[in-house]
Design a protein around this ligand. Structure first.
Ligand code: PEP
Length: 248
């Protein structure tokens, strides 16, 4: 059985004053029956990791460069994330794929770097609205999955997040049946490639998850948690999603 994970992606949001939300969230967390992760901008990782120390909250990055160090102005390596206190890193988010042209091949190289630095890699995949309308969602997701996970990856350090691009930040979500179809497909594809170890890979749904829809999404087949953008910025909202997952 895959472990359950509620992961928050703060994207390019948050300065020092936002740390009050982290304090509020750690105070809310009790003996949760799921893992809880926040991925802030890189500038907040070390401070948030200090604040989370001794609590159930884990801290992650939002991307990493495939190389450990070098002449890559503005980039951050997996080794640096781990050194700052991160345990996880989000890779291949659709905003990185769109804004920075990251390909499946790039994402696979990032996953290798993350695993080498003992981080847990959260690999994001998902179709655009045009692809869903064209009926090619499972093909698109399958191709991204195959290309973004390198050969020989240690599945015990892998998480996959299914995030339909058209559901991110829009307030729109797929139907529960549509989520089930994709998650079942991802599990089957991983099992076909990696065998029984695939059962333990947490599969997260991402795209407009909020406290009011979290419980029904967490009841869907092969949904082991969520990757949450907007609703992870406020402790009360993210805490509601964590509670829903904990009770699922
Ligand atoms: C995301 O960016 O990964 C995301 C799911 O955003 P939101 O929850 O705001 O749709």
């Amino acid at each position: 059985m895959a472990r359950k994970l509620a992961a928050g992606n703060w994207k390019m949001n948050g300065t020092t004053e936002a740390l009050t939300e982290v304090a509020a969230l750690t105070a809310l967390l009790e003996a949760e029956a799921c893992e809880v992760l926040l991925c802030p901008p890189a500038t907040l990782i070390a401070r948030m990791a200090d604040m989370a120390h001794g609590s159930a909250l884990m801290i992650g990055g939002q991307t990493c460069h495939p190389n450990a160090s070098g002449a890559h102005t503005g980039d951050i390596s997996a080794q640096m994330l781990a050194d700052a206190g991160a345990s996880h890193v989000i890779l291949g988010h659709s905003e990185r794929r769109a804004d920075h042209g990251e390909t499946d091949e790039d994402v696979a190289a990032q996953v290798t770097a993350a695993l080498t630095s003992s981080l847990i890699a959260i690999v994001c995949i998902g179709e655009t609205e045009a692809e869903r309308d064209a009926g090619v969602t499972l093909n698109v997701v399958g191709t991204q999955l195959a290309g973004s996970i390198p050969e020989g990856a240690d599945l015990s350090r892998l998480v996959v997040a299914y995030e339909p691009v058209w559901a991110i930040g829009t307030g729109r979500t797929p139907t529960l049946d549509q989520i089930a179809d994709v998650h079942d497909h991802i599990r089957a594809e991983l099992s076909g490639r990696f065998g029984s170890a695939a059962q333990d890979v947490p599969l997260l749904y991402g795209g407009s998850v909020k406290p009011s829809n979290a419980a029904e999404i967490f009841a869907v087949s092969n949904v082991d948690g969520a990757l949450v953008g907007g609703a992870s910025l406020k402790a009360a909202d993210f805490g509601g999603i964590v509670s829903a997952l904990s009770g699922a």
